[in-house]
Ligand binder design. Structure first.
Ligand code: HEC
Ligand code: HEC
Length: 542
């Protein structure tokens, strides 16, 4: 239970220097340096701890999003103000600090790589945790990624535990808290574990700090795909505005010809964390991309700001004048079939070679960035992923050839949709499914480790009650609507529903069924959809 002793301990961790905030004299109208902003905004509570070092601030590293969350907490919980002594506005001062901390106390690319799903807002990801203790102690209120995307000294991991209990005393008497000595376990077992796995000093960060930084002004070729919409190709043109800021023009289209076009701006943090805000058509998008270490590629996800469930998994490749093949759309074809393929790349020259058993019948159109061909696949063409070539350049595993589909899977296998709208502040969160075809692989048995992933296929969609309880509660009737042709589920309106038992919300527990037809026979795959209530607090790292 909460006691004053613990609370005082948590609070006393902070050196409250009690000095008035140091506001510099009116200075010439140049924006203040990060250091000047820190002195003006933070030093009232955070004591200077050596040259350029600050108590509680300097012994941790994290992503730009995490710095933003910490700083916004300083404002919301501790009433800190972001003060630019030169008179600049406070939001600009906040942005300067986020950039400064992300650059000087960020994560190396290798450190953020395993957890990018949370930055990219892939919210249906099912996390795998190293230990059951970490899951129940730390990854039950928020993701484990929120933790694993930080590096701290052992003292700072310990302070974080005290902060949790001081700020959220319910930690101890919630489920998975009251059944154990939460604070004792956190301090004696979890802190050493975190210090071992996520220490402040690492070789990766040491090396990244001295790695060369790139200029991201370029022309980029974009390829990707958006679940619910299909394959995409386009271009992105960026122009440097100084201090790692860029303007962005974005333009491209989906397979069906629908375009996505507009512009915006970007900031590069820590030398590789690309964050852009774009307005494409009438919709605001956010790009969360990471650069490769040579600066030649940006990969990640571009999602709608208000509906992060809608996102394009994308790769942007710098056009350096070299020829490259980046994607083949669609990414699979069946032996014995005829059809068309779009080959997307940069500066494509020469003949298209699809490899043995696949014949190019006709080049329908071509320009330097894409070639559209009609093909015929021999019945005897070898199944499996294969490279394709345009002129002298090749893309490995560009296309998957299959004899037949042996199994259908639904992705995500488990998704969460949320009721919304109905005059509330939170819109409904849709659930977007894809039907993924699989082949049996060499052993001829579907469902074994060597199965061949063929890729997304068009399916017909329906939902059914997942449990007997869902039948009783008529979840099918109340929880929302599945779009038959697209796999997009739209949850029903938020709020108590007088027509339901106990006037409950339009929540539901549903089975999601994808059906395809192959050689006149139906085949099904299924997934699980939980329709639940709104999330009211949606920080950039959940
Ligand atoms: C009014 C007092 C106050 C001001 C001003 C203030 N902080 Fe804090 N700060 C705190 C307290 C209290 C804590 C410990 C509790 C917590 O983490 O919220 C803290 C903790 C922190 C931490 C550690 C968070 C963690 O997750 O371990 C960082 C980093 C930090 N502050 C940065 C800043 C920066 C940068 C500024 C200036 C923009 C600032 N603070 C201004 C009171 C303040
Ligand atoms: C009772 C729920 C709960 C539990 C359990 C919990 N957290 Fe948190 N944690 C929170 C909340 C809420 C915040 C957000 C604070 C804020 O507003 O920034 C948070 C924030 C964090 C942050 C970001 C802090 C920052 O400013 O950078 C880290 C890192 C973190 N938690 C790690 C942990 C670890 C490690 C554990 C296990 C020892 C843990 N959490 C257990 C609720 C919880």
């Amino acid at each position: 239970m909460l006691n004053i002793g613990k609370l005082t301990r948590a609070m006393s961790l902070l050196a409250l220097t009690c000095s008035a905030q140091v506001i510099a004299e009116a200075s010439p109208p140049v924006p203040s340096s990060p250091r000047e902003i820190i002195v003006a905004s933070c030093s009232g509570c955070h004591a200077q701890n050596g040259e350029g070092r600050w108590f509680r601030i300097s012994d941790q590293r994290k992503t730009p999003e995490a710095w933003q969350m910490t700083l916004v907490r300083m404002e919301l919980v501790h009433q800190a103000k972001f003060v630019d002594p030169a008179g600049g506005d406070s939001q600009a001062a906040l942005r300067t600090l986020v950039k400064y901390f992300a650059d000087t106390q960020g994560l190396a690319p290798a450190e953020s790589a395993p957890y990018r799903y949370i930055l990219e807002q892939e919210l249906n990801t099912i996390e795998q945790h190293d230990t059951e203790q970490f899951r129940t102690m730390c990854a039950r209120c928020h993701t484990g990624a929120r933790v694993a995307l930080q590096r701290r000294t052992e003292d700072e991991w310990r302070n974080l535990v005290h902060f949790h209990l001081g700020q959220f005393p319910t930690t101890e008497y919630q489920m998975m808290g009251r059944d154990r000595d939460w604070l004792g376990l956190a301090l004696n077992e979890v802190v050493p574990y975190l210090n071992e796995h996520f220490p402040l000093q690492t070789d990766a960060w040491q090396q990244w700090q001295s790695a060369s930084r790139h200029n991201f002004e370029a022309s980029w070729r974009v390829v990707g795909s958006m679940p619910g919409r299909g394959a995409f190709s386009g271009t992105m043109v960026t122009a440097a505005k100084g201090d790692d800021h860029y303007s962005v023009a974005f333009n491209g289209q989906f397979e069906d010809g629908e375009t996505l076009e507009g512009s915006g701006s970007a900031v590069v943090y820590t030398g590789y964390e690309w964050r852009a805000s774009l307005k494409l058509g009438d919709t605001r998008y956010r790009q969360v991309l990471a650069s490769t270490s040579d600066g030649g590629e940006l990969t990640g996800r571009m999602f709608q700001r208000e509906h992060s469930e809608w996102g394009l998994r994308m790769q942007a490749v710098r056009d350096t004048g070299q020829s490259s093949v980046l994607a083949v759309q669609p990414g699979h074809l069946r032996t014995g079939s005829e059809g068309s393929l779009r080959i997307v790349g940069t500066n494509l020259k020469g003949d298209v070679n699809l490899g043995p058993g696949l014949k190019v019948l006709e080049t329908v159109s071509r320009d330097k960035d894409q070639v559209l061909v009609r093909f015929r696949a021999e019945a005897t063409a070898a199944a499996g992923a294969r490279a394709i070539k345009v002129g002298a350049v090749e893309l490995a595993d560009a296309i998957t050839v299959f004899g037949k589909i042996d199994r259908l899977a639904v992705e995500p296998a488990y998704a969460v949709g949320r009721v919304g709208g109905n005059e509330g502040s939170q819109p409904a969160v849709q659930a977007i499914f894809e039907a993924i075809a699989w082949g049996a692989g060499d052993d001829g048995q579907a469902g074994t480790a060597d199965d061949l992933r063929i890729g997304p296929v068009t399916a017909q969609w329906s939902v059914a009650p997942y449990t007997e309880q869902a039948v009783q509660d008529q979840d099918l009737r109340f929880a929302g609507q599945m779009e038959k042709d697209s796999g997009v589920f739209t949850p029903a309106a938020a709020g108590p529903n007088p027509e339901r038992k106990y006037q409950t919300n339009n929540a539901g527990n549903l089975k999601v069924i994808a059906t395809i037809e192959q050689d006149g026979k139906p085949m099904q795959g299924d997934g699980h959809l939980m329709v639940t209530v709104q999330r009211w607090n949606n920080p950039p790292i959940r």
